[in-house]
Ligand binder design. Sequence first.
Ligand code: ADP
Ligand code: MG
Length: 662
Amino acid sequence: MSNVVNEQGSLSINSENIFPIIKKWLYSDHDIFFRELISNGCDAITKMKKLEMMGEVSLPDDNEWKVTVKVSPEEKTISIIDNGIGMTADEVKQYINQIAFSGAQAFVEQYKDKTNEDCIIGHFGLGFYSAFMVAHKVTIDTKSYKDEPAVHWESEEGVEFEMGEGTRTERGTEITLYLNEDSYEFSNEYRAKEVIEKYCSFMPTPIFFENVDAPAKEAPKAEDGKDGEEAEEKKPQPLNDPTPLWTKHPNECTEEEYKEFFRNVFHDYKEPLFWIHLNMDYPFNLKGILYFPKINTEYENLEGTIKLYSNQVFIADNIKEVIPEFLLLLKGVIDCPDLPLNVSRSALQNDGFVKKISDYITKKVADKLSGMCKVEREEYEKYWDDISPFIKFGCLKDDKFCEKMKDYMLFKNLEGKYLTLADYVKAAKEAAGETEDATIVENADGTSATGENGEDAEEKKQVVYYVTDERQQSQYINMFKEAGLDAIFLTHNIDQPYISKLEYDNKDIRFQRIDADLTETFKEEVTEDADDWKKMVDTVTDMVKKALNKEKLTVKVEKLKNEKVASMITLSEDSRRMQDMMKMYNMYGMDPSMFGGEGETLVLNANHPLVKFVFEHKKSKNASVICEQLYDLAMLSHKPLAPEEMTKFIERSNEIMLFLTK
Ligand code: ADP
Ligand code: MG
């Protein structure tokens, strides 16, 4: 009558060696058994749905697909029940007793010699056996959709099994776990729900939850203010969303849905700036939504989360082998069932197919951004400050991305307008046509000569002036504005490495911070007799060095057009970059002169009455005080003073004011 013969057997010759290994290596997180068993239930339902679609079976009208998780904190058991395809006795033998073990065997083969912590991302056909990571005894009660008897199977420690005819009457499978003492927590309602939400939030079948020990709920008190709908209210809600937004066609999704999805998945209540919906069937299957979050660059690190799914089953966050590194700054979900996730991470890294997927994602992001810049320039500009650190990081990390984005990189200028580099260069060239001064020939030794049309035409680079700190560099900004020159703002940490890259890629441009040098534009021609001028320069230089007791200081005396400026500090671009680099690598305390001097130059304006006074009153003590004050003031508008310098400066300023009272 029954074709299920009572049977006993050893699961596999390897099983004694396998389980310690599986427990140790297969999944570092024991909670993953929930994912494996629930996804098996979903798979069983998907198979049944397919059979129905193909007309192989017909199902009653009231058939409702569902996976139910029941916990009993008192019994310390967990059951996972589905109404999917079920298994016949032969199938249990094949899929549970044998197949899983061939998977296990392959697993052991591959990993027996590995001692590193290279974790496995997907499954190895071992999903079911992950139950033994938390349970000492597991039972299966299953009935196939085929007209065959139910089967009961059980195993202690996954080493030996017993199987025979079962009592299940409905189609489907129930797996019951008798938990180990150290895993009792998983029968706790809240802990169980937490894990299920982590891994199963978007599995394709509704997942219901029951705590069999919880006191039966009384007739529901109207929740959510839905009085009078008690019957409705009683209907339990699934824990998951079986049709997450990424599975829909982008045309069918509303803006509000995208925002809501973002809030639900990332628990982030700041609205995303915009998003990219990936939807691709060929040559591989890839769906997902990438959000550009609003970042507060001053206080927050750029740090996103990309959740990776395979057929709506959560795999892990931020798998950098699949997702281009710079995209990890975004927030998003990616579902790619074609990924070979049952391999180690190091294998993923070298997989050509994975590289293709990663390239595709990068390309889509670049397409979206460049499209926006072309079609919705205003929107693009509005987001630019927020998204540019991310894009620049992408350019540094990925040459293809950089190439695609290069015409869509914007730079905010002194007027607050967004220009491309080409715009800036064009405007600078036009301005140079009038002033003849907007280009500098940068010689190999770092000295600069201006406006020469020498034979070193190759060395002639277009200088792009930039501001890193509007407040610190305001003196220079004002001078630039007055002279009709423009500069761009580059205020983020990422900008320094980014401009180095731009200079490397565009050999004819050179970035220079606005306070790096004084271009000829600001200077007046010296009309004095050459000897007189030299005497003046030497005298003033000498006095300043003495007054400051800084023999090595570089002092330049110039005639500046701007008469209000008495003194300024310039710091050559190369020296400053070197200093920035030392700061970045925390090389404080090293002597910067090792790397070519501090490079700061004090520029004194010979047109200013204070400088004239110094020259004309060589012997006066006041001239010396003025020299110190001029230096400190120039320093102050260049960078913050050191504490002891600040103290001296304030004392001296007070003395000068006292003098006014006399
Ligand atoms: P995988 O899911 O990767 O195939 P598993 O170890 O999770 O590996 O499961 C092994 C096999 O056991 C499945 O392929 C399936 O045929 C069968 N199986 C497991 N759970 C169920 C279930 N709930 N319903 C029907 N068949 C199942
Ligand atoms: Mg499975």
